[in-house]
Design a protein around this ligand. Structure first.
Ligand code: PMP
Length: 349
């Protein structure tokens, strides 16, 4: 009897702990939502990370950098302000590496997300969502303050932490280059902290001698792409202006010089594409993935057969069943695919 049948020879046998499963996510070629487009569109499925999103990479990189610098010591306590994937990623990593984790969340976070944090053993502190950026109890300010007041406390701070960008420069970008055998011509990514686009985009531009074009996909009302800053429906991506303070600071985790263009994507196109990906490709992704794919497919229609567009899908649609996949939710906002026959890619400017 052979121990390792040939078809499994590239399978990693055992990892030391669950953090060994972060990264090395697959690329899936789209077949149906790309109909008529000459270029290939490949989706980087970040839901394959162990806590379910691209934030596993950023969180692990921030923790490892803090361990190396001595900011996070054995027995330390990790703090972050996050309504979603970063908190969940840190909760997973803390559990695996033996750190307590405290996540400050806005009071409008879904029960599913709070449930995930608690399932990993994190402590959850709830604060009002609509506080101005300079209010001491604002999500990130409160997390930083609690960290400073706690012996052994360390605040991750993904918007200011260079290890967020490093994660994507040293893993996401090189993976895409290796997986496409250097044939990638365009990277399309949404911009939340901007870490993914900045890190992966910078790597791919450098390694290709600036041949790879880096395209930011942004909700049309977000300020990154020049929008008005009014709130939009695609969670965890884009940036809007606070209704009270009216001001907003671009995070240090986003370097606007990396993107060759930023395409504005209407919520209708993002959500229509998110639903189409599940029904027509069997890919259940969050709406920031639908946003990136809608921009990627629109772009692929303008390119040639040698072009290879890679779109980043940061997380799974499972977290959004009661939103983007709920027929009442979408039709009450007037844009289920059932209410119109326009292909999502045709809606992207
Ligand atoms: N989509 C989802 C679902 C996310 O969790 C994030 C990260 N907050 C993003 C998009 C944006 O990624 P980044 O912060 O690297 O720009």
């Amino acid at each position: 009897m052979r121990w390792m049948p040939d078809e499994f020879s590239d399978l990693v046998a055992v990892v030391d702990d669950v953090t060994g499963l972060v990264g090395r996510t697959p690329l899936v070629r789209l077949k149906r939502v790309t109909r008529g487009a000459p270029a290939a569109v490949l989706v980087k499925v970040e839901a394959a990370n162990p806590a379910g999103s691209s934030k596993d990479r950023a969180a692990l990189s921030m923790v490892r950098a803090a361990e190396a610098s001595g900011d996070l010591k054995p027995g330390g306590v990790i703090f972050e302000g996050s309504s979603g994937n970063t908190g969940i990623a840190l909760a997973m990593i803390g559990a695996a590496l033996g750190y307590q984790v405290v996540v400050v969340v806005p009071d409008r976070s879904s029960q599913e997300k709070l449930g995930l944090l608690r399932a990993y053993g994190a402590r959850v502190v709830i604060t009002p969502a609509l506080l101005p950026a300079d209010h001491p109890d604002q999500v990130r300010a409160l997390a930083a303050r609690l960290a400073a007041q706690t012996p052994g406390g360390w605040y991750a701070g993904q918007y200011d932490n260079p290890a967020n960008i490093d994660a994507h420069y040293s893993t996401t970008g090189p993976e895409i280059w290796a997986q496409t055998g250097g044939r990638v011509t365009h990277l399309v990514a949404g911009i939340g902290t901007g870490g993914t686009l900045t890190g992966a985009g910078r790597y791919l531009r450098e390694v290709s001698g600036d041949r790879v074009q880096v395209v930011g996909a942004d909700p049309e009302s977000s300020v990154y792409g020049g929008g008005s800053g009014r709130p939009h429906l695609v969670e965890a991506t884009g940036r809007f202006v606070h209704p009270d303070t009216g001001t907003d600071v671009w995070p240090r985790s986003y370097d606007p010089s990396v993107a060759t263009t930023v395409r504005q994507v209407p919520d209708r196109a993002s959500i229509t594409m998110t639903r189409a990906l599940a029904r027509e490709e069997g890919l259940l992704l969050g709406a920031s993935g639908g946003l990136a794919v809608a921009a990627a497919v629109a772009l692929a229609h303008t390119l040639g057969p040698d072009d290879v567009v890679v779109a980043i899908a940061p997380d799974s649609g499972r977290s959004y069943l009661s939103k983007y996949f709920d027929d009442d939710w979408v039709s009450s906002r007037g844009f289920g695919p059932e209410t119109g026959q326009v292909p999502a890619a045709a809606l992207v400017s």
